[in-house]
Design a protein around this ligand. Structure first.
Ligand code: S3P
Length: 445
């Protein structure tokens, strides 16, 4: 149990960096593993999800040399090509990582050597839906078995060369889209993947860096041609989703000014920025000029935020997949804004690391915020900048890193200390989160 003290009159001021992007990191280690030749990954994060994916890749016989640095690790990965992976003698445990499990399903289902593997995760991941990935892969010929006919891990995958053709996703999910694209790398013919809504495109960008032949046909559709990957160098920027906790902290704690350097600003990830700007947030984006015009690389830049009076907004529709991970912290911004914020079309939040709609309802309700839960969202009445008045003093992170961190930011503007059970879940994406928060507030006291 961690005690979180309010800041009262103190502000947050300073310049920070956040851990590197876990979505990009997990793709980087997987693609390096199946590429031919050596890859160099700079700033591989120490967070739980990327580390568990790295561990799984090692169990497939891929040698990874690690140079430790203060902020992350630099990895040298001796890629084995698809044919060089070894059949793992142990279960592959990706722990809390949905990206690790779902992308591995695609990568292994299309393995041309008939490699057999069992994939599993922690208590939270073993409850999350996997049929959305298993079913379309099976349509391409994949052999995947699991509890409830492939809905729940542990899952067994027997690799084989899959058919190409075309396939449409039934859920707006980058994990699902990516699993299909990865399966297409070894298919017998090109595979066209059409997604329901535009979701993050890190897989598409990175595959091109590794030399794959991928055509972006329109904003929803891409075609992957059977391709060999060649080792390359990947430099991972800061995670925008992690930066967002400090963006909202800067916006809601009076007199704050925070700079966050070297953040990934891929437009399929940064819809939360548009939302916060529309709410009246004072946020400056300084894009790294050399990258901003090239759609085949990840754009990066610095963010500067200062305390702002926020107003309510409606969040719904096709923007949702591009801010899916930021909704918990956006709810907190809404709870401090003037007016009523309505979030709709966000039912996917119910099948994340926890049911995040329920978790945010509970958190906001116990902070004294007027909030209603809908099947696909929340209705939040903002306090117009007034401090939260918690009803109780114990908050539960519920196995969910983003809920733990949202509670951490909320504590800054409570009118009394609160206790957080499960603060260590922040380590899944952001080791050192609470220490950084302390440092930023101490620097300004
Ligand atoms: C991710 C995609 C999103 C996101 C998750 C990471 C990815 O999940 O919530 O944190 O790396 O592709 P869905 O694709 O299931 O929405």
């Amino acid at each position: 149990m961690k005690t979180l003290n309010p800041l009262f009159t103190k502000s947050l001021n300073g310049s920070i960096t956040v851990p590197s992007d876990k979505s990009i990191a997990q793709r980087a280690i997987m693609l390096s593993a199946v590429a031919s030749g050596t890859s160099f990954i700079k700033n591989f994060p120490l967070a739980g999800d990327p580390q568990s994916t790295l561990n799984v890749v090692s169990k497939l016989g891929v040698q990874v040399d690690i140079e430790k640095t203060a902020t992350g690790n630099n990895l040298t990965v001796l890629g084995k090509g698809f044919e060089g992976l070894i059949e793992p003698s142990e279960v592959l445990d990706v722990q809390n990582s949905g990206t690790g499990l779902r992308l591995m399903m695609g990568l292994l289902a299309g393995n041309p050597n008939g490699l057999f593997a069992v994939l599993t995760g922690d208590e939270s991941l073993r409850k999350r839906p996997m049929k959305r990935v298993a079913d379309p892969l099976r349509k391409l010929g994949a052999q995947i078995f699991g509890r409830q006919n492939g809905e729940l891990a542990p899952l067994c995958v027997q690799g084989r060369s899959l058919s190409g053709g075309s396939i449409e996703t039934s859920v707006a999910s980058a994990q699902l889209k990516s699993a299909l694209i990865l399966a297409g790398l070894n298919a017998q013919a090109p595979l066209t993947v059409k997604e329901l809504e535009t979701s993050r495109n890190h897989t598409e960008i990175m595959l091109q860096t590794f030399g794959a032949s991928l055509e972006q046909i329109d904003s929803l559709t891409c075609r992957i041609h059977p391709s060999k990957l060649i080792g390359c160098e990947i430099n991972i920027p800061g995670d925008f989703s992690s930066a967002c906790f400090f963006l909202v902290a800067g916006l809601i704690v009076p007199n704050s000014k925070i700079k966050i350097a070297n953040v990934g600003l891929n437009p399929t990830r940064t819809a939360a920025l548009e939302v916060l700007l529309s709410m009246g947030g004072k946020i400056k984006t300084i894009k790294n000029a050399s990258q901003s015009t090239n759609t085949k690389t990840e754009s990066t830049g610095d963010l500067e935020v200062e305390f702002s009076s926020l107003k309510a907004i409606e969040i719904k529709g096709s923007i949702i997949p591009n801010l899916i991970d930021e909704i918990p912290i956006l709810c907190l911004a809404a709870a401090q804004a003037k007016g009523t914020t309505i979030i709709s079309d966000a039912q996917e939040l119910r099948v994340k690391e926890s049911d995040r709609l329920k978790a945010m309802f509970k958190l906001l309700d116990s902070l004294g915020v007027k909030v209603q839960e809908k099947p696909d969202g929340l209705i939040i009445e903002g306090s117009d900048g007034n401090p939260f008045e918690p009803k109780g003093n114990i908050f539960e992170a519920g196995h969910d890193h983003r809920i733990a961190m949202t509670a951490g930011i909320a504590s800054l503007i409570c009118n009394k200390p609160i206790q957080l059970n499960g603060s260590e879940w922040a380590n899944v994406s952001f080791p050192g989160f609470f220490e950084l928060l302390d440092k930023l507030s101490n620097e300004t006291s």
